[in-house]
Design a protein around this ligand. Structure first.
Ligand SMILES: [Zn+2]
Length: 233
């Protein structure tokens, strides 16, 4: 980089500071969306290395999930929570793509993605997607796909009814609230495939369970699940 273009970049960053979406600190020239410190300090679950991890156990006795993992822990005030908030509510899709790439590389290098044929992001109801303008799970899936080479099919599963907000419901109410709200719309492309369902946050697992139950009705389908964060310990 020439001295002049470096100077220009410095001037731009003074006028329009680039801030880390996780902690709010200034980004250095070579940093993108997330500062190096946050990259290092985001706590990894490493659940992809343990087949009996807490996310996998969520589904025991509920539906057949091959593998389950989540990138980080979703704690109050945590860096990953700030990032997911910016992704979902400020519409910064690039955060989903970038975190998807980071996690996708981890999943690929550990062998977690071996045997998986395709990625399906958890769909939003069309009315909610219209309001938000996009589906945050699509962005995460796009990032995972970019580094794993796995194809994404965002149209194979549809959300056919709106569930209310999950945050103020009890565990049972959340579970009952997402029963039977998804529908497979492209059975031919799903048949016989091992599908990786991708969501932003796993809390009770009820949304993923509802998606998986629908997919598992199709011949020869296997389902694995993953998300950027999980609230289960
Ligand atoms: Zn940061």
């Amino acid at each position: 980089m020439s001295y002049l273009s470096g100077l220009w970049d410095d001037l731009l960053s003074l006028l329009f500071p680039r801030l880390c979406y996780a902690c709010g600190n200034h980004l250095l020239r070579n940093e993108y969306l997330i500062c190096t410190e946050c990259h290092v300090l985001i706590p990894r679950t490493n659940y992809h290395l343990d087949s009996e991890n807490p996310v996998a156990k969520l589904f025991w006795g509920r539906c057949m999930i091959e593998k389950a993992a989540a990138f980080s822990f979703y704690n109050r005030g945590s860096r990953i929570r700030n990032l997911i908030h910016c992704l979902k509510y400020k519409g910064i899709k690039e955060i989903g793509i970038e975190l998807g790439k980071i996690y996708g590389l981890i999943l690929k290098s550990s062998g977690f993605t071996e045997g998986i044929d395709m990625i399906i992001p958890v769909p939003l109801h069309p009315s909610r997607q219209r309001v938000r303008g996009f589906n945050q799970s699509d962005s995460i899936a796009e990032g995972i796909s970019a580094v794993t080479g796995l194809p994404v099919d965002g149209r194979a599963l549809a959300r056919i009814s709106v569930s209310g907000t999950q945050t103020k419901r009890s565990r049972y109410e959340r579970w009952a609230n997402v029963e039977g709200i998804f529908m497979a719309t492209d059975i031919v492309s799903i048949k016989g495939k091992h599908i990786l369902l991708v969501d932003d946050v796993i809390t009770t697992g009820s949304t993923l369970e509802s998606c998986a139950s629908e997919l598992l009705k199709i011949d020869g389908v296997k389902v694995s699940v993953t998300a950027l964060a999980c609230a289960v310990i």
